[in-house]
Ligand binder design. Structure first.
Ligand SMILES: [Zn+2]
Ligand SMILES: [Zn+2]
Length: 341
């Protein structure tokens, strides 16, 4: 094995670089060395590379947090993995000691350490991670399906919160990747009607392909009432992060609103009496929690329309191409294969 590898690092505000770095070594007995077979660009990476950054990453750190890999070396204390196992891995390392970790809310950990932000992530040929972050996946699961585990895991946690009943009507605001996962999972969960609200024609087309029963522009919101006997939807999900006002308008009285997307610059003025008077339940949802294994079970057992969301298949060196495509909205899912396809 070579001593150096390619990696994409965060340099400074708005700047990344593809560099040669030493291949990381196992330092603790509970760690595994993983060959990264595929990694994908997420909205979080886009936030890191914004100027000024939406998320502050440590300069020099390898970015990226979505990956599928193969175990190529295990530390002495590793029992659950062996060389050759294919895995996906969570990039969030909770401390296990704080109030939130000890009360079942590790996603709110006060000392959360995120690979790809605070420490080296997965836009590289290799990574060393604690074994507890990894989950083994069926070798028969295609790489281009397994790569969706991380974002789907977050969406699964959102599904857990809204507790959709079969037949219920849901509105999904925004048909980017997150909105498209929600559309599919809502339909799988037995939603009566899923209505997607999206401006962009390219994404509207995908929303239809993914199973949305009705796809409308934000200016056509009266169609939501028409489709729900004048009531509004049982559940509204904001997958954009700036649409609470619309969400409150689209939901029926006593309905549920899930605010999932994040836009750090968004500030909307709402009338909170709309929430009180309509007897609404408004929920936040931040990163997946305890749903990784279930997400792997989902991918291994239920056919989903994921691979067709991949608009770009690139090498690690072509990161810039994927980054630009994400930026200008011509990409949905950009997958890179650091060790070739
Ligand atoms: Zn992600
Ligand atoms: Zn903690």
């Amino acid at each position: 094995m070579e001593n150096t590898m390619k990696a994409v690092i965060f340099e400074k505000a708005g700047q990344y670089a593809v560099v040669d770095k030493p291949v990381p070594k196992i330092k603790n007995p509970d760690e595994i060395l993983v060959r990264i077979d595929a990694c994908s660009i997420c909205g979080t990476d886009m936030q890191i590379l914004k100027d000024p950054p939406g998320i502050e990453a440590a300069p020099g750190v390898t970015i990226g947090h979505e990956m599928v890999g193969t175990v190529i070396e295990t530390g002495d204390a590793v029992k659950n993995f062996k060389v050759g196992d294919r895995i996906t891995a969570d990039n969030n390392v909770p401390c296990g000691k704080c109030y939130y970790c000890k009360t079942g809310h590790a996603n709110m950990c006060e000392n959360l350490f995120c690979l790809g932000i605070n420490g080296d992530g997965f836009f590289a040929q290799y990574a060393v991670i604690p074994d507890r972050l990894a989950v083994k996946i069926d070798k028969g699961l295609p790489l281009d399906t397994a790569i969706f585990t991380e974002p789907l895991n977050c969406v699964m946690s959102g599904m857990d919160k809204i507790r959709l009943l079969p037949g219920e009507t849901a509105v999904v605001i925004g048909a980017g990747p997150i909105g498209l996962y929600y559309i599919q999972l809502l339909k799988l969960n037995g939603a009566g009607k899923v209505i997607a609200v999206e401006l962009n024609d390219f994404r509207k087309e995908y929303a239809r392909k993914m199973g949305a029963d009705l796809v409308i522009s934000p200016s056509e919101s009266e169609k939501i009432k028409e489709a729900t006997n004048g009531l509004g939807a049982d559940v509204v999900i904001d997958a954009v992060g700036a649409c609470i006002k619309d969400a409150l308008a689209f939901v029926r009285s006593s309905g549920r609103v899930l605010l999932f997307g994040m836009n750090f610059a968004a500030t909307q003025t709402i009338c909170q009496t709309d929430i009180t008077r309509k007897d609404l339940t408004v929920m936040g949802c931040y990163i997946g929690i305890y749903s990784w294994n279930k997400t792997v079970q989902l991918l291994e057992n239920i056919p989903m329309k994921l691979e067709e969301m991949i608009t770009h298949r690139l090498s690690l060196e072509e990161f810039g191409t994927g980054f630009e495509a994400m930026k200008n909205g011509s990409a949905l899912e950009v997958v890179m294969y650091p060790n070739g396809r």
